[in-house]
Ligand binder design. Structure first.
Ligand code: NDP
Ligand code: MG
Length: 385
């Protein structure tokens, strides 16, 4: 299978290439992309020998092009090249692992071209869920969730009809601040927020996990991926991150998927589907783990979760506004311009200030995204002043 990896220099990109390298007989790498990380991308090209590499955030550079050609890789520049490498005739599957709203156009193009889409870029579905699902359906694209929770739900559903499902339960670790005294939250640093207890991930999703906006985005993602209304999607805190999610059926049976917290498990599942292939993950040793615990989320500690449910219920571009405001607020927090507790406040105020519109096409979605970015940036500036 010929594979394009969008976001190859990221955390999901690294795990994907690790699994791919274990199965050289099954997978060939067609293209690898990064935004600006030229040296890490070149190193990946040396080991994986793709036909194409893309630097989406860099303009034409002859010197770089020459250096990549030494690995027999053709280097392409600019965001337009992302769509080129996913719609290329030889491309059969796309790992969509760009972080944030920037991933939407290329991920949507892959779905619209009928590729097998391994979907890590949850922001694409949050911003444009109905649009994205319609495009995938019309083109016959196979969507395979990479987010560990959604991959778990996909496995637990295993083709059963939706009418037999009572609810979906997404697990959440609660992040690094689950037990911190509430008045300590204001002073936490980006380094503390990025030190996730169970997973090593990119910085943006690590902060989202600390605020639990990640789980809010995942509720929205689940709503569109599985066509289940918000009132039938629940969240439970599970600090060990061993049970990745559960599906409850109308007869009272609850099916869960378990593994050690290692993204290579859902990645291998999606790469191999419908077969099973080795992932390299350490086998689960329940005797050594001893205890699995569960608790209800604390909404005072994690206001972002309720903000996400509210945006999902409001519909139209409300989730797009939520996602954009979150990206601006998280970037400001990571840059030391906004306290941790300011993230939820900026999102809340942005959603109060802006009216959601119908999300009929990509242009409407991108306009809402831009509008929320402006509003949220102004709120961040006003707070810093
Ligand atoms: P990282 O920050 O580790 O990597 C992001 C990747 O996207 C890099 O290759 C980066 O390139 C590229 N990129 C960044 N900005 C742009 C842009 N504007 N245009 C094009 N490419 C860009 O992210 P993660 O791997 O952690 O996450 C990727 C996606 O997967 C996110 O949507 C996240 O929510 C989702 N996900 C991640 C999980 C994880 O365990 N990490 C778990 C579940 C979902 P460069 O290196 O040049 O900056
Ligand atoms: Mg997840």
């Amino acid at each position: 299978m010929n594979l394009t990896v969008l976001g190859a220099t990221g955390s999901i990109g690294a795990s994907t290439l690790d699994v791919v390298a274990r199965h050289p007989d099954r997978y060939q790498v067609l293209a690898l992309t990064a935004h600006a990380a030229a040296e890490p991308l070149l190193a990946l090209c040396r080991s994986h020998r793709p036909r194409y590499a893309v630097l989406s955030g860099v303009g034409e550079d002859r010197d770089l092009r020459r250096r990549f050609s030494e690995t027999r890789t053709e280097l392409l520049f600019g965001a337009g090249a992302l769509e080129e490498v996913v719609t290329h005739d030889a491309c059969q599957a796309v790992m969509a692992a760009i972080v944030g709203a920037a991933g939407l156009p290329a991920t949507l193009a892959a779905a619209a071209a009928g590729r097998r889409v391994l979907l890590a870029n949850k922001e694409a579905l949050v911003m444009a869920g109905p649009l994205f699902m319609r495009a995938a359906h019309a083109a016959g694209a196979k969507l395979l969730p990479i987010d560990s929770e959604h991959n778990a739900v996909f496995q637990c559903l295993s083709g059963n009809p939706l009418r037999s499902v009572r609810r979906i339960v997404l697990t959440a670790s609660g992040g690094p601040f689950r037990a911190l005294p509430l008045d300590g939250l204001d002073g936490v640093t980006p380094e503390q927020a990025c030190a996730h207890p169970n997973w090593v991930m990119g910085r943006k999703i690590s902060v989202d996990s600390a605020t639990m906006m990640n789980k809010g985005l995942e509720v929205i993602e689940a709503r569109w991926l599985f066509d289940v209304p918000p009132e039938r999607i629940e969240v439970v805190i599970h600090p060990q991150s061993i049970v990745h999610s559960l599906v409850e059926y109308v007869d009272g049976s609850v099916i869960a998927q378990l593994s050690n917290p290692d993204m290579r498990v859902p990645i291998a599942h999606a790469l191999g589907f419908p077969e099973r292939i080795a992932s390299g993950a350490t086998p689960l040793d329940l005797g050594a783990i001893g205890q699995l615990s569960f608790e209800r989320p604390d909404h005072a500690r994690f206001p972002c979760l309720q903000l996400a449910y509210a945006a999902l219920r409001a519909g139209g571009t409300a989730p797009t506004l939520l996602n954009a405001a979150n990206e601006v607020a998280v970037a400001a927090f990571l840059a030391g311009r906004l306290p941790f507790t300011g993230i939820a406040r900026v999102i809340d105020e942005t959603l109060n200030d802006l009216a959601a519109a119908p999300a009929g096409d990509l242009a409407a979605v991108l306009a809402a995204d831009a509008q929320a970015r402006r509003a949220a940036s102004a709120l961040v500036m006003a707070r810093a002043a």
